[in-house]
Design a binder for this molecule. Structure first.
Ligand code: NI
Length: 129
């Protein structure tokens, strides 16, 4: 599957972006609050590489744990799928566990996404094209 972006946990998007800018990244759009997932998101781009900066939002954001365990760090790769229901089934049969149901992602034009996990791989995200 084609890679869409790398998801990168940060404590504060504005502070982190100052440094990503030094590394050659520019903003793709403005910050988006995803209330349902308890995150703020900013997509940034360095040539063909798209990175999603993800900051905790509100109480009990799942990003808090990632920051606590690993600090600022990449923690998921998002893959594009042309047939997402089929690919979810395929991945489940191949040892991935669905950790969040398919739902609209406000930061990606409300395209459908879901997250899966495998102990050998970690977290992956699948995006419906
Ligand atoms: Ni993502």
């Amino acid at each position: 599957m084609r890679i869409h972006h790398i998801g990168y946990a940060v404590k504060n998007i504005d502070e982190a972006f100052k440094f990503f800018k030094i590394l050659g990244f520019e903003k793709v759009n403005e910050k988006v609050v995803d209330e349902e997932r308890k995150v703020k998101i900013l997509f940034v781009k360095n040539n063909e590489y798209l990175v999603e900066l993800i900051e905790p939002y509100g109480r009990d954001s799942p990003i808090e744990n990632i920051l606590k365990n690993s600090g600022s760090s990449p923690y998921h790769i998002c893959y594009e799928s042309k047939d997402i229901l089929k690919d979810i089934e395929m991945l489940k049969n191949d040892g991935f566990v669905l950790i969040s149901e398919l739902s609209a992602a406000p930061a990606i034009n409300n395209q459908k996404v879901c997250f899966l996990y495998n102990r050998k791989v970690g977290i992956i995200e699948i995006l419906a094209e």
